[in-house]
Design a protein around this ligand. Sequence first.
Ligand code: ADP
Ligand code: ZN
Length: 717
Amino acid sequence: MDASHAPVRPYFFQLMKERALELLARYYGYHSFRPGQYEIIEAAASGRDTVVIMPTGGGKSLCYQLPALLFPGKVAVVVSPLIALMQDQTLNLVSNGIAAAAMHSGQPEGLNQDIFARASRGELSLLYISPERLLADIESFKQLPVSLFAIDEAHCISQWGHDFRPDYVELAAVKQHFPSVPVLALTATADRLTRDDIIQRLGLHDPFCYLSSFDRPNISLRVISGSSLRSRVLFVKETAGRYPQDSGIVYCLSRKGTEEMAKSLKANGVECVIYHAGMTSTQRDASLNAFLSGRVRVVCATVAFGMGIDKSNIRWVIHANMPGNIESYYQEIGRAGRDGLPAEAVLFFNIQDVIMRRKFAQDSGQPEINLRKLERMTAYAQARVCRRRILLSYFSEERTCDCGNCDNCRRPPQRFDGTIIAQKALSAVMRTGQSIGINLLIGILRGSQRYDIRNMGYDHLPTFGVGADLMQEEWADYINQLIQLGLLEIAYDKGNKLTVTPYGMRVLRGQEKLTLSRYVEESTSRRKKPEQPAIVLDPTEQLISQLKAVRSDIARRDNVPPYVVFSDATLHDMAVRKPTDIDSFLQVNGVGEVKAVKYGRRFITAIRDFEGLGKSQVKGTSLRETLVLFNAGMTASEIAQTKGVKIDTIHGHFAELIDKDIITTYHTLISSAAYTDIKNTLESRPENAFEELRERHAPGIIRIAQAIMRAVDRKKR
Ligand code: ADP
Ligand code: ZN
């Protein structure tokens, strides 16, 4: 074959893939890419602009972090909207041995300048920064060896998105100033308008677009309609109680809502913190830290909480109130179960929330779009079909079978003739002259002695108390259905009064029958039985809980959140594989080399104890650790620091590894000048060589040189 036709490109890409997998295992401890990740990495690393759309928890960060690692000596600049997010990401990266830092207004200016200097010297692989800081002096970034720009939460650039940030619009300047540097835009917002807007506004050139599946099958979906604050509180308490080791989020509509929820939870013995935009940044940080560290397991928050929080052991997200659109909802519930293990998303639905949300939408400056989004959200909450299909179809993903992991799939609605129920409600609405809202209607139907009812004389209506056989929640659910099915309407322009539609009138007059779905009781006591804490844990569970204890210990000692040590998914894999030495420890999913060395002993000891294998570590572990770190590109002093031993010990390890022919390239171990000096001295004056050399070289360096001399001898023979 003609040499000019040799398949050069494929070979190059093959090498890149091997290198990428090697970096993935070394730094992250993962052994394969998730769907799409490698295609994105390859596109970005080949210099192509790229748009990544993946659901929260899909693994977007890796898509720009790995290309950054493929270009040592260069820095990937990551634009991120929130300080908390930058801190979280850099902490995670650094804990995996990756050089990363963030420049932001929350730290001293001197530190920011140091970080910039490190980046300009090519010492950082990743530099996180806010858009305003980048744009304030974008010229100066031309001093940096930039490998790529990553724009995280890129939907913030679009007016169509749900989180528009004017700063983001200016990011068009990035492509103008750096036309040849690839830009990666990442978001969890999937709709086409937003996507096109991102491409156009950032000025991306023929980008590679990756749209991943939005399915998060491990998150169970459930909606509970019309319940009181008290039953919501009890539900949260019960849910938190079912996950005594793990965390959860309660999303509330307003600042006040978070405070009330937190107060009621505390009164019920559930420890929690609050988080909303009205708190000072110190207060917010305190809440965040308590939650991320696992000290407090429940946070009551507004939407201000959560963007970019990569806490993997969030097992449940409960919405005490309905969000205004499906994008936000999906993003918020996506914070649960990022480790891929089962998680729960529960939405409490009340028509009152719809009314509030309508007001927000109307005042939002883009009422048409936001009202339409709200309608879709409401339809989700009221749906009687598979909820996952609704969510996925919203993100234009075709799904032809039910999920089996939502309330509607698990308990298909029972239909019954609801004509009489409808007539009772519709008649009560008519008798008041269509002048009441839902709460008052329920009060009248159930015969409540509330002051406003007696005051208006509604207690004398013939319909007063005709529905006393049904609970508050049942009525709320049936009235929702009447609205959803089009028998009642809410007059949003007239104080949210209920009005009866022509269809409703026909049912009221008995001209048409109506089928309703049976209300399903959501009482907390009903669910308790099968889920009472198991008395006998299976052995894997037992081991997991011991590994979690080890993790908490390390997290406390190192003052980092437990998930920065290892995710739950990693502990599960560890409990299944039960590694008893460092080699098998490295096989565990999520154990990279730095963490293997930093934490390996503690976990291996716990596993050995559990297995009754005795405490002593397998011989040679220490040497193996040094090799792992050496292969990862660390210098002797970095290895010594990581392991907490003297540098001489590490030099000794190097000498041993050279003697075993495991290390065969030496130039990073010793300078050629030192080697030549030691070799010459040893050969020319063997008697007093050591005394003489000790004045010029550390003992470990001499041992390395001797080992190299022996290796050279072996090769000659
Ligand atoms: P996103 O930014 O899309 O919300 P993240 O980048 O935070 O998601 O990733 C979510 C979780 O998935 C993280 O805990 C991450 O470590 C894990 N993850 C990412 N890629 C992989 C992979 N290839 N194999 C295993 N776990 C992965
Ligand atoms: Zn379903």
